[in-house]
Structure formats: structure tokens, C-alpha cells
Write a protein that binds this ligand. Structure first.
Ligand SMILES: [Zn+2]
Length: 164
């Protein structure tokens, strides 16, 4: 691996620690030539995963695409990119655990909704409106009302989506 600053191939590892909830290892490295520091992630190569779209067309699962859809929903909301990365990690973990090579787009969408629900109510509603293709204002209103009701029923900690 080349140093991102000078391209030199040799560096030393200063620190290794688990990342992405133990799914990867993060290493802090120092280039032996320019002495600048950079970070690398090491993770097992995952099996191929295909996403089955609503029209039956399959496409390669794309982490960036999923993340971007969540970033968009969280625009101008107090949600850090780190917490979104973690959310995508959990979504991937759950999908890889439950499905073998192929997953329907709705399965991904439902998991994104669960994660956004916990992170930010507004982002959740934004995502839902696109994902469920709302056409009437009433559908927004219904969802907002449902969200408010849920939030009243349970304190934020209890909104935890149960994991199997
Ligand atoms: Zn260097």
C-alpha cells in the first residue's frame, strides 16, 4: 500500500483497533519516508450481494448508494456521518445474516427506515415519503401523527429496534 502523501510503500503501524463494531480493523500508520500519518481499514471480503428491485431487475449492492440515500434524508439535520456509517454497518450485518446473495430492495428500505427512525424523526419522514412514494399530503400527516404517538408512548431509549 502506498502512502497517500508521498507514495512510499513502507510504513509502520502505530496503533490497531477494532472498527465498525468489530467488523473491521483500523490501523494508524506512519510513512517511513515522509513520516506523515494515515489510517487504513482492513475487513474481510464479503460475498457478492444482489439487490432485487421492484421491477425484478437485479443490481449489485452498492454501499455508497445506500449511504447517500440516508445522507440525503439527513440533510441539515444533526446526524453525524459516523452514526450513518454505523447504521449502514448494522443494515449490512443484518442483511448478510438473513439473506444469501440476493435481497429485495424493500428489505433494505425497511432497515433504513428502522435506523432513521432511531436517529432523527425528520430524516425518517423524509426518507419514508420518497421510499413509500407519498402522493397526498395526508400521507405525511398520518406518518407524523404515528411518529408523535410512538414517541409519546416510549422514551427514546425504548424506541430501540429489537435485534434478533
Ligand atoms: Zn509518505
Amino acid at each position: 500500500m502506498k502512502c497517500p502523501f508521498c507514495g512510499f510503500q513502507e510504513h509502520k503501524v502505530l496503533d490497531s483497533r477494532p472498527a465498525r463494531e468489530g467488523a473491521a480493523i483500523r490501523r494508524r500508520r506512519e510513512c517511513l519516508q515522509c513520516e506523515r500519518r494515515f489510517t487504513t481499514f482492513e475487513e474481510p471480503e464479503r460475498p457478492r450481494l444482489l439487490v432485487i428491485k421492484r421491477d425484478g431487475v437485479r443490481e449489485e449492492y452498492d454501499r455508497e448508494k445506500l449511504l447517500n440515500s440516508m445522507v440525503l434524508a439527513c440533510g441539515k439535520r444533526p446526524v453525524s456521518i459516523n452514526s450513518l456509517q454505523d447504521a449502514v454497518d448494522r443494515i449490512e450485518q443484518s442483511v448478510y445474516d438473513q439473506f444469501d446473495q440476493e435481497v429485495e430492495t424493500s428489505q433494505l428500505g425497511d432497515r433504513v427506515m428502522d435506523e432513521l427512525y432511531r436517529l432523527d424523526g425528520i430524516a425518517y419522514i423524509r426518507y419514508a415519503s420518497v421510499y413509500q412514494s407519498f402522493e397526498r399530503p395526508q400521507e405525511f400527516a398520518d406518518l407524523v401523527r404515528k411518529l408523535q404517538k410512538d414517541r409519546r408512548k416510549s422514551k427514546p431509549a425504548a424506541v430501540e429496534i429489537s435485534k434478533e
